[in-house]
Ligand binder design. Sequence first.
Ligand code: RTP
Ligand code: MG
Length: 154
Amino acid sequence: MQKLQLTLAIIKPHAVSNPVVLSFIRNLLKNKFVVLRTKRVNLDTKTACRFYKEHFGKFFYNRLVTFMSSGSIDLHVLGHVNAITLWRQMLGPTSVYKGQFQEPHCLRGMFGISDTRNVAHGSDSPESAEREIKFFFPDFSFYHWRNHDEEWFR
Ligand code: RTP
Ligand code: MG
């Protein structure tokens, strides 16, 4: 029996502000994952900097934190077997150009505008998922959810 894995999805400001894109993504999440928590927030620049600290010093860091604090974002804690890989596959490549030409049906291929405005974020490992979920949902109980297996959420 495979365990439920958790991941954090962040829907970026340009997708949250587009009702068609947002409802498409919400339906997708609802149908594919167990959505354990959802929250809409507006990040200040300082919080966005803290969240993206692993990218500090990279050429895209400033524009990424500026963009992520420019409007509302939606946070979702998603559960599924292999949730991390599944969500990242649905997102597609970081580069929207690559997405559009190589995987046109991924979310970034369909709705991405630039490498910064690339629709959504997905945790890249179980360790980052735990850090990122704790960052936005400090009272989230990992212990409780970690013990569910695939039978529970079918
Ligand atoms: P994410 O963390 O957002 O799920 O995206 P990712 O793993 O595919 O990419 P990552 O390297 O972690 O980068 C985080 C975010 O930084 C922006 N980025 N821009 N070449 C660029 O212009 C570039 N590289 C990264 C993207 O917005 C990416 O989502
Ligand atoms: Mg990443």
